[in-house]
Design a binder for this molecule. Structure first.
Ligand code: CA
Length: 517
């Protein structure tokens, strides 16, 4: 049988509208275990005072938007003073960057966010400071300066092998890790680059400083948690056990101040390296998820991601039963997701459908919900958000001239809101679906026993009271498959599909989510 596309759409719509008559399920907040966190680069978000740079007051004005999208929390990329636009090299750990506003502005933002039940997580960059940080300026001034041991030093002749090193890592393309401060013959260690000298965590004073900084943000400012940057580099690569121990100590210190603190770590590596950090950092970004999602979408090999994710969750479970799997489709370090998927809107919508129907606590990078574009260098994957058409977009940041996300290439939010088929409404619908179905939020992941055509990604999500079956055709050709018994009610549909007596014909890049009766 070959249904014409129109019939298929009508059928899909009638199925969807029939279920809409039922009682609307209650939307719940599943954060931190499975709620949605929205990652914001303040600089590019909303400029409230017309200086071209996004700011705290701008974010405060847009909290209702974050709420409308359905996010439960915001992660702010660094907000502390720094000489760089990205601010991943801090010069003062107890202040905010003046471009973004005052600490009072930030506290106001926190208060308004909390009123809306939105949690606030800030980037905490403690592996290294800026080379302009007062500690480093002191430290490099002389060997006997009291701050000398805040950093890691070595004499040039003892590090000859390292200076000749030619290996790069996943999270840094920097080869040279020892740097010459230009004074005397000692070099300092800076994993990422010379502008970011690594702190010496063997020095108990450094640890005390860091714990005190944590206390400041939790107690005096009132944030809900931290995103820990470069978490596996606290000690050098050959000391992973010391890294694990440090984070356990950090967690204990922070929990003593705020028992429900949220900590999410960036351990940019494969699951075997990531998992041992769980006891110290109960939430960790799942970079395997990101890469396997891209591979699945770009190769059309359906079960790759479902199997990988099952493997990861089982592996984590073996380390600790209490963990939060922070899934990501992209972030501020990756090319924009739409670019990664060949600028194919169908694939893009489907990748989001996968992210938001899989287990985990999904992170959404600002701008993805309107299909922003961008390729490296990094500043071009961090371009200003497009709120409205240029003439009307008073809050659009202009600190950088956008190369990829312009009015010609991206439909601004105001127009997308009015279009039921827009990326924005796609995100919003899926987040609402997830937050109103416990099985989609916190249900266990189960893989089907059955073999499906190669382009099919199929999985179950189950809680004690609810069972959901999700199927995506990640290929471009229509395929036919048999639905598991009892799964007939469509609660979400993307693209075309026709169900005839339990046999589903699913078009390319189409998805269905079924609720068991
Ligand atoms: Ca501003």
């Amino acid at each position: 049988m070959n249904f014409p596309k129109l019939t298929a759409s009508i059928l899909a719509i009638s199925l969807l509208s029939s279920c809409a008559k039922k009682e609307t399920p209650e939307v719940k907040n599943y954060w931190p275990q499975a709620g949605v966190t929205y990652e914001i680069f303040v600089q590019s978000f909303y400029d409230s005072n017309g200086d071209g740079i996004g700011d705290f007051n701008g974010v405060t004005q847009k909290l209702d938007y974050v709420k409308e999208l359905g996010a439960n929390a915001i992660w702010f990329m660094p907000i502390m003073p720094s000489p760089t636009y990205h601010k991943y090299d801090v010069t003062d750990y107890k202040a905010v960057h003046p471009d973004y506003g005052t600490l009072e502005d930030f506290k106001k933002l926190l208060e308004e966010a909390h009123k809306r039940d939105i949690k606030i997580v800030i980037d905490m960059i403690i592996n290294h400071t800026s080379n302009q940080h007062p500690w480093f300026l002191e430290a490099k001034s002389s060997r006997d300066n009291p701050y000398r041991d805040y950093y890691v030093w070595a004499q040039k002749d003892t590090i000859a092998d390292f200076l000749n090193k030619k290996v790069i890592t996943l999270d840094s393309d920097n080869i040279q890790q020892w740097h010459d401060p230009g004074i005397g013959e000692d070099f300092y260690y800076g994993f990422f680059w010379g502008g970011m000298p690594d702190l010496n965590f063997d020095n108990p004073k450094v640890r005390e400083e860091i714990f005190e900084i944590g206390r400041f943000w939790l107690e005096e400012v009132g944030v809900d948690g931290f995103r820990l940057d470069a978490a596996k580099h606290i000690f050098p690569d050959d000391r992973p056990l010391d890294n694990h121990e440090f984070w356990k100590e950090f967690r204990a210190k922070m929990e003593a101040i705020k028992p429900d603190i949220y900590l999410v770590g960036e351990v940019y590596d494969k699951k075997e390296v990531v998992a041992p950090y769980l006891p110290g950092l109960p939430a960790l970004f799942n970079f395997d998820f990101h890469y396997t999602l891209l591979e699945t979408m770009n190769t059309g090999e359906g079960m790759l991601l479902a199997k990988k994710q099952k493997e990861i969750l089982d592996f984590y479970q073996g380390i600790t039963p209490n963990f939060i799997d922070a899934t990501i489709s992209s972030n501020h370090d990756q090319p924009r997701l739409l670019n990664e998927l060949g600028s194919d809107p169908e694939k893009y919508k489907q990748a989001i459908s996968v992210l938001l129907t899989m287990p985990g606590a999904p992170y959404l990078y600002y701008g993805e919900e309107i299909g922003m574009l961008g390729l490296k260098p990094d500043e071009n994957i961090r371009e200003p958000f497009l709120w409205d058409v240029k003439e009307k977009d008073t809050g659009r940041a202009s600190w950088i001239e956008s190369k990829y996300s312009t009015d010609e290439t991206v439909t601004p939010l105001a127009l997308q809101k009015a279009d039921p088929k827009s990326y924005f409404n796609h995100y919003k619908t899926l987040i609402a679906l997830r937050n109103s179905h416990p099985a989609l939020a916190v249900g266990k992941l189960e893989l089907p026993d059955q073999e499906y055509p190669k382009s099919i990604m199929a999985y179950f999500r189950k809680t004690a009271g609810q069972e959901i079956f999700i199927v995506h055709n990640v290929g471009k050709e229509e395929v036919e498959l048999e639905l598991p018994v009892g799964f007939e009610e469509v609660i979400f549909g993307l693209g075309d599909g026709v169900n005839t007596n339990g046999k589903l014909k699913l078009s390319g890049n189409s998805s269905r989510v079924y609720l068991k009766e």
